[in-house]
Write a protein that binds this ligand. Structure first.
Ligand SMILES: [Cu+2]
Length: 269
């Protein structure tokens, strides 16, 4: 009888220890705002893709991070390089997309942290990515699925004078509200959609415009550079309805945007 009681107590203790799940549990799919969305594995190397933007990789801006394991040992130093390629059909053209050049480990969120911007979505295309840990381990051409997000907005245009392609990406908000909204935008330049460079020395001039009623708004703040290709400002949408947000961009002493400038379109509520 005494032996049986001991046995039952042991079972109860085991039960409680197994249910003691915390966000720092190595098996957890959640760290901070990030969710594990995808794993690629080859030989003894494993890359986990995490995102705080969506449960999937989506058209538009994605806040992502990586966990890296070599022979089941988690890596927390060095860097991760990630390159996503879009293939327009089997023998069609292919190109890469903007992403952080080096993802470095952030001990707060326990991920190699950065971003990727999927600038196109096409159901006939497919995607693959190369993963590199610290030039020590590499997994190439791993196919993944991209999902659509109707709220994402990316503006891409060519400039014949600078011979560059510019990419203006909406980071936040995807769904602005009536009133003052913090606006975050990223700016990249590219030649031939092969490599991308974050632009940090541009000036931006935003103009909210309610086309249906023919008016703009006051108290807007032009986005200023925060480093890493990111710009932050404030847009004032003074009433519900459809608003345009124009962004004229000056870089190296000249406007690189056309006339009229690129515009994001929001259904403000
Ligand atoms: Cu494409």
């Amino acid at each position: 009888m005494k032996y049986l009681t001991y046995f039952i107590l042991t079972i109860i203790a085991l039960f409680y220890s197994c249910n003691n799940d915390t966000p720092t549990d190595p098996g957890s799919n959640q760290t901070g705002d990030y969710t594990k969305i995808h794993t690629v594995e080859s030989g003894g190397t494993r890359f986990e893709v995490w995102s705080s933007s969506s449960p999937n990789l989506i058209y538009g801006y994605n806040n992502i991070g990586f966990k890296v394991f070599m022979n089941n040992n988690e890596k927390t130093t060095g860097f991760v390089k990630y390159k996503a390629i879009m293939y327009h059909g089997l023998n069609g053209p292919s190109h890469s997309v903007p992403s952080k050049v080096n993802f470095y480990y952030d001990s707060q969120i326990q991920l190699f942290k950065g971003y990727v911007i999927f600038i196109m979505y096409d159901t006939a295309a497919f995607w693959a990515a190369d993963y590199n840990y610290n030039n020590e381990a590499q997994i190439d051409s791993s196919v993944f699925t991209l999902f659509m997000n109707d709220l994402s907005q990316i503006k891409v245009w060519d400039n014949i004078y600078t011979q560059r392609t510019y990419i203006l990406s909406l980071v936040t908000p995807l769904s602005p509200r009536v009133g003052l909204n913090d606006i975050e935008l990223m700016l990249h330049e590219s030649s031939g959609l092969v490599t991308y460079r974050e632009i940090d020395s541009a000036e931006m001039f935003i103009k909210p415009w309610m086309e249906s009623m023919g008016h703009g708004s006051g108290n807007n703040v032009n986005p200023v550079n925060l480093g890493g290709g990111m710009y932050k400002g404030t847009a004032n949408f003074t009433m519900a309805g459809e608003w345009f947000l124009y962004d004229s961009i000056k870089y190296n002493g000249q406007f690189i945007t056309k006339t009229p400038p690129p515009k994001f379109i929001f259904d403000v509520y």
